[in-house]
Design a protein around this ligand. Structure first.
Ligand code: UDP
Length: 333
C-alpha cells in the first residue's frame, strides 16, 4: 500500500498538536485535510503548509455534521483532535467543554462508522483523575472528582468520548484507537488556556515573576510534541493498535517549582518565583494532581517507543520560537 494514496483528516489540525501532526504527515507524503473552527487553534500554525499541494484546510466545526460527513467520506483515516483544551478554558467554560468534546466526538464517530474509517481519538491523562496509582496504566481505574468542581468536566467528557469510541468498536467493529496525552509541550503551544510551560516561558522572557501554583512540589512529565507525532504516526500504521488505549508520555519527572527554576535559568532571565495559592489562580478550591506518572510500557511494547527529546532542549526550542515570533508573543502566550 503506497502511503501517497492515503488521505488523512485531522480535526483540530490548526491547534498545537494537530498542526505538528499535519506537517509531519505532509512530509511523509500523505494527503492531509485539516478541519478546525479556529476557536483555540490558529491559522498561523498551518500557514506554512497552505502552499503544499497535498494539504487542504477547511474552517468549520466538528459539530457540523454535513461537513464532517463529506470530509470523512473522502479520507482513509481520521485523527480526532478537536476539543476544548487547557485547564483555564475548562474552568471558565465547562458547558462548552462538554458540548465540544462529547458532541464533536459523537459526530466524528458516527461518520467514521457510516464510511468505516479508522479513527484515532485523542484523550487525556486527566481521565485518571485523582487516581492513586504511582504509575498510571491504561487498565487502571479512572477516578474523577465531583461535578461541582468544574475542572472534572474535562475528564468526564473525555471519558465519555473513550466509552463512545469503544462502543463503536464493540457494536460496529469500527477500527478505533484511543490515545491519552500526558503534558505535551512544544513550539506553538499557547499559555492562554493555562498550560504551564508556555506560561513560564513568557514570564521568563519578559522578566516577570514566574507564577508557581500551590507549593510547587507537584510534579509532571513533559513530552515533546515531536515525540508525540512519531508515536501517533506509528500507532496509525499498526493494526495491533486497533481497539486499544495508549498512554503517550515522557519518562522524566520534574516538580513545577523545579521547572520554574529551569526555565528561568535557560532563558537567562532575572524573573523571581511567585507562589500563588490555587484559590487565587483558579478562583475556586482546586483539585490539583500532586503527581501524574505515565506508564508507557504498552506503547513501548507496540512499537519500541522511547521519548527522544530532552526537556532542556524542548525549553530552548520553545524560547527560540517565542522570541522569533516576538510580535505575536503577547497574543500567543
Ligand atoms: N501551573 C503553575 N503555574 C501556572 C500554570 C500551571 O504552577 O502558571 C501548575 C498547575 O497548577 C499544575 C501544573 O502546573 O500543577 C501543570 O499545569 P497544566 O495546566 O500545564 O497541566 P495539567 O494540570 O493538566 O497537568
Amino acid at each position: 500500500m503506497s502511503s501517497k494514496r492515503y488521505r488523512i483528516l485531522i480535526t483540530g489540525g490548526a491547534g498545537f498538536i494537530g498542526s505538528h501532526l499535519a506537517q509531519a504527515l505532509i512530509a511523509h507524503g500523505y494527503d492531509v485535510i485539516v478541519l478546525d473552527n479556529l476557536s483555540t487553534g490558529n491559522s498561523k500554525n498551518i500557514g506554512h503548509l497552505t502552499k503544499a499541494k497535498n494539504f487542504k484546510f477547511i474552517v468549520d466545526s466538528v459539530l457540523n455534521e454535513s461537513v464532517v460527513e463529506e470530509m470523512v467520506k473522502s479520507c482513509d483515516v481520521v485523527y480526532h483532535l478537536a476539543a476544548a483544551v487547557g485547564v483555564r478554558l475548562i474552568i471558565e467554560q465547562p458547558s462548552k467543554t462538554i458540548e465540544t468534546n462529547v458532541l464533536g466526538t459523537e459526530v466524528v464517530l458516527k461518520m467514521c462508522s457510516k464510511y468505516h474509517k479508522k479513527v484515532i481519538i485523542a484523550s487525556s491523562s486527566e481521565v485518571y483523575g485523582s487516581g492513586v496509582s504511582v504509575r498510571f496504566k491504561e487498565s487502571d481505574p479512572c477516578i474523577i472528582g465531583p461535578p461541582n468542581k468544574r475542572r472534572w468536566s474535562y475528564a468526564a467528557s473525555k471519558l465519555i468520548d473513550e466509552h463512545l469510541a469503544f462502543s463503536y468498536w464493540y457494536e460496529k467493529q469500527l477500527p478505533i484507537i484511543v490515545v491519552r496525552f500526558f503534558n505535551i509541550i512544544g513550539p506553538r503551544q499557547t499559555g492562554r488556556y493555562g498550560m504551564v510551560v508556555p506560561t513560564f516561558i513568557k514570564q521568563a522572557i519578559q522578566n516577570d515573576p514566574v507564577t508557581v501554583y500551590g507549593d510547587g512540589k507537584q510534579s509532571r512529565f513533559f513530552l515533546s510534541v515531536s515525540d508525540v507525532i512519531r508515536a501517533l504516526v506509528a500507532i496509525m500504521k499498526n493494526d495491533k493498535a486497533i481497539g486499544e488505549v495508549f498512554n503517550i508520555g515522557s519518562e522524566r519527572e520534574i516538580s513545577i517549582g523545579g521547572l520554574a527554576k529551569l526555565v528561568i535559568a535557560i532563558a537567562k532571565s532575572t524573573s523571581s518565583i511567585r507562589y500563588v495559592p490555587y484559590s487565587e489562580a483558579y478562583g475556586e478550591s482546586f483539585d490539583d494532581m500532586r503527581r501524574r506518572v505515565p506508564d508507557i510500557s504498552k506503547l513501548k511494547k507496540l512499537n519500541g517507543f522511547t521519548p527522544k527529546v530532552k526537556l532542556e532542549d524542548m525549553i530552548k526550542l520553545m524560547i527560540k520560537f517565542y522570541l522569533k515570533n516576538n510580535e505575536e508573543t503577547s497574543k500567543n502566550l
